[in-house]
Design a protein around this ligand. Structure first.
Ligand SMILES: NC(=O)C1=CN([C@@H]2O[C@H](COP(=O)(O)OP(=O)(O)OC[C@H]3O[C@@H](n4cnc5c(N)ncnc54)[C@H](OP(=O)(O)O)[C@@H]3O)[C@@H](O)[C@H]2O)C=CC1
Ligand SMILES: O=C(O)C1=NCCCC1
Length: 335
């Protein structure tokens, strides 16, 4: 393993993105999310993703200098046209108007369109919980996941993330794929030459497989929680696809045309302002919500994101460690 300080990790990612042609704004925005992923112990959406960014650019599937256009679509809806660039800059562009609309209306949506998307959603969620807002976000990806009861890919790995601000504590945040596991995790198993657990995927005949090559290249991934994950994955296809005028995971995969680039689609982010819902009662009701967290932690169970926040604390002190093979692959992108 190679140890990097967070500054070194930042410099490595940003220099690769700039060297390969991304403009400064995109390089900075993408670097912030992949370094945050590595820092928080989310290797599947950490520095490893820089390789995919460069591959997507070389394949002509992402714009290196797209300028997101913010559109005031409706009293409670902001739309950002990412113009074929990565989603990070589009999110940044739409964030101020989303917050302002959530504050004045109590609820608001940000629809990001035409973005190339590969990031973990909690990075965005935390920017809204820091502003005291409750938030829900989701997006499709490429069609790699079979519906419950089937064996042919229809859904993307379609993450759903939720955030709840907490006074004096880390926010309550969960962020997971509606597949049994993120595809990035299976890709990391493949890179490490490791089998995957049963339940993550099937072969082309729909039979269980623990071979990452089979599941990634010819089989299908599975949803989490059987028909429940399957229904949630379908919901994500609908509300972050046709509802916002953007591609489904099947359409994104067709657009990819075998280039193995990051998916190209939209993202939906909903922000709710407790102050507007509750007025003078906000503080008391938010205090009552704390009993839910106490009920979980009081019996020794952990909150989602707790592992991540602990990893963050450690990384801020000790830096991060990445496999030597990944480090070498990243350095090779500077040649
Ligand atoms: N951009 C995209 O299109 C896609 C992005 N992704 C990203 O991949 C990432 C990983 O997703 P996935 O593979 O499903 O991750 P996991 O299956 O690891 O689940 C992640 C969530 O569950 C929490 N969690 C895990 N174990 C426990 C536990 N024992 N008790 C309580 N909470 C727990 C995690 O918290 P903690 O982090 O603290 O462990 C985290 O909030 C996400 O950030 C997602 O956004 C996934 C699919 C597509
Ligand atoms: O890990 C995943 O699953 C994905 N991550 C980024 C974009 C495609 C899906």
């Amino acid at each position: 393993m190679i140890r990097l300080t967070l500054t070194q990790a930042h410099e490595l990612a940003e220099s690769i993105l700039l060297h390969n042609g991304f403009n400064a704004a995109h390089a900075a925005a993408v670097t912030a999310t992949v370094v945050a992923g590595e820092r928080d112990g989310c290797a599947s959406h950490g520095l490893y993703r820089v390789i995919g960014c460069v591959n997507s650019l070389k394949a002509g599937k992402v714009s290196a200098a797209a300028e997101p256009q913010v559109i005031d679509q409706a009293p409670s809806i902001v739309r950002v046209d990412a113009a074929g660039g990565f989603s990070q800059l589009a999110f940044q562009a739409g964030l101020p108007m989303l917050q302002a609309k959530a504050r004045s209306n109590g609820i608001a949506a940000l629809a990001i369109n035409h973005c190339v998307h590969f990031s973990a959603l909690w990075v965005e969620i935390e920017q809204l919980t820091e502003a005291g807002l409750v938030v829900l976000a989701c997006n499709p990806s490429h069609a790699w996941v079979a519906p419950a009861g089937g064996s042919q890919p229809v859904f993307g790995t379609n993450p759903i993330a939720f955030g709840w601000p907490r006074a004096g504590a880390n926010p309550f945040v969960f962020d997971f794929a509606t597949s049994a596991i993120a595809r990035g995790d299976i890709e990391l198993h493949r890179r490490a030459g490791k089998a995957i657990p049963e339940g993550w995927g099937v072969d082309a005949q729909g039979q269980p497989s623990t071979d990452p090559n089979v599941v990634l290249d010819s089989g299908a991934m599975l949803t989490f929680g059987g028909h429940k994950g399957s229904a949630l994955a379908a919901m994500v296809e609908l509300i972050a696809g046709p509802l916002i005028g953007d591609l489904t995971s099947a359409e994104s995969l067709a657009y990819d045309a075998g280039s193995k680039s990051s998916p190209y689609h939209g993202e939906l982010i909903l922000a709710l302002d407790p102050q507007r819902f509750l007025g003078a009662g906000a503080e008391a009701h938010l205090a009552r919500a704390e009993a839910v967290f106490a009920g979980i932690e009081g019996q020794g169970a952990r909150l989602p994101s707790q592992r991540r926040f602990e990893a963050r604390k450690r990384s801020l002190e000790e830096g991060v460690q990445i496999p030597e093979a990944l480090y070498n692959d990243l350095k090779a992108l500077l040649n």
